[in-house]
Design a protein around this ligand. Sequence first.
Ligand code: 1HN
Length: 376
Amino acid sequence: MNTTVRENHREDVAGRANVEDTPELLAYYAELERHETGALWTVANKIEPWEPVSSSVPVLWRYEVLRPHVLRSVELVTPEKAGRRVIYLNNPGRRDVSAAVGWLYSGLQVMHPGEVASAHRHSASALRFIMEGAGAYTIVDGHKMTLGANDFVLTPNGTWHEHGVEASGTPCIWQDGLDIPLVNALEANFYAVHPKLQQEVGYPVDDMREAWGNPGLHPSNGPWSKGYSPLFKYEWGPTYEALGRYARATEGSPFDGVLMTYVNPATGGPVMQTIGASMQMLRPGERTKAHRHTGSFVYQVAKGRGHSVIAGRRFDWQERDIFCVPSWAWHEHANASASNDACLFTFNDLPVMQALGLYREEGYRDNDGHQRIEGT
Ligand code: 1HN
């Protein structure tokens, strides 16, 4: 979809606000301000930019740098005291709203064997992507899910959720992704702690996987009408296998390589109403062309190594690194290996962009589809 019109991209063209300050006008503006009003032409060009202007900047968070700091938090605070033991990712352009990019929050959470983080619920939707460790679990509305590396789990809007690591497990680290900045911007966030602090497991472990994780088959016990996927957990094994199968059946996208979207099996739509997620494979040696689109994206390198060029800057990444692509920023990716694939997990606000009719996309036309690199 190419729907942008940028031919008139100049600040001083006819039809744009262009009023010079005079002493009389300045006095008038001051008078308006006293009545909690203002003259539109003084702000029009700022509040109606020609195209999206993101205040987020591209950032790469290196796991080998962050990991010791995340582990150090274990010595400093308990989950009981901290609620959640998390180091959050703070985009330099979004510090005021604690966002990793755009209106998305992200953080790295760590738990040791035998620890539990109490149950709560909120209007923000959340997901977790497991980075390392064994024995982690999440309970969502009584459904307990076992978790391993590269598994992706939902804790949707309004569901009671808690996390823990079995006493027999190892220290676990995962990435959290939430739409808290968005829900706060919309002034719609509620938060509650579970009355018993811990919820009971009401179903067989991993029951939603058994019921909803069968390709092409739906369970018979009634429809699912909630706004989020009943398949709360998307395991790495079947995800990687699906990418490999799809790679044999497609040339892939010039911009995204082999990309598959995690979906709600009951609707085919996004996993949650406000957050979408996907996993993409860059085949050995693959280098994508640059494009840009509306929507904010947080990536985690699930497998392999390579680099991305985001808004003209090159970021070299390896497994577990996290980076972000702000809305409308040009981006392209490359797999550094000629023999192994690389996989990138992403979560994003595309369901919001699409539901509100705000999704736009554009391919980079110059230089054979590749940006000129202006920095690293
Ligand atoms: C939350 O519920 C979790 O459930 C993690 O693990 C991070 C950050 C802000 C608000 C709620 C979790 C969170 C959060």
